[in-house]
Ligand binder design. Structure first.
Ligand SMILES: [Zn+2]
Length: 135
């Protein structure tokens, strides 16, 4: 019998449980995130949607868990901002960048659907409360 592997369901919103950004990331003092979506199918140079936040202190709770991928056909999609924060937070990195993909899907017909192909590149800069006091 193969061991049952428990993997969390993909695309579950991190903030679905009643929590706040401050509780999820208590060490973050200030954060700056840039997200620019790109359509992989068309490979245009221009980002279809772009987001930029620079938040500190109480403003951090304004950060959305998900933002729209910009695909009008997309269902239940979006780019997970939490993923971006998680890319730097565990190791308290002050900068990071990478790529994320949309978690949504497109309806192709009555019974068919396919994954949304939108992807986005991101950059993040973070300042941590603990890093200010430690030397
Ligand atoms: Zn999408």
């Amino acid at each position: 019998m193969p061991k049952e592997r428990k993997l969390g369901p993909k695309g579950t919103p991190f903030f679905a449980t009643p929590t706040t950004f401050e509780k999820a990331y208590p060490d973050i003092e200030e954060i700056e995130i840039t997200v620019e979506s790109m359509d992989k199918k068309i490979t245009t140079k221009e980002p279809e949607v772009s987001y930029h936040w620079r938040l500190a202190g109480r403003e951090l709770s304004d950060l959305p868990a998900y933002v729209s991928c910009g695909n009008p056909l997309c269902n239940e999609g979006g780019f997970g901002i939490q993923k971006i924060v998680d890319s730097v937070y565990p190791e308290r990195l002050t900068e990071g960048e990478g790529a994320i993909t949309c978690r949504g899907h497109e309806h192709m017909g009555r019974w068919q659907q396919r994954a949304c192909l939108r992807g986005a590149s991101y950059k993040i800069r973070a300042q941590y409360k603990s890093s200010q006091t430690s030397t």
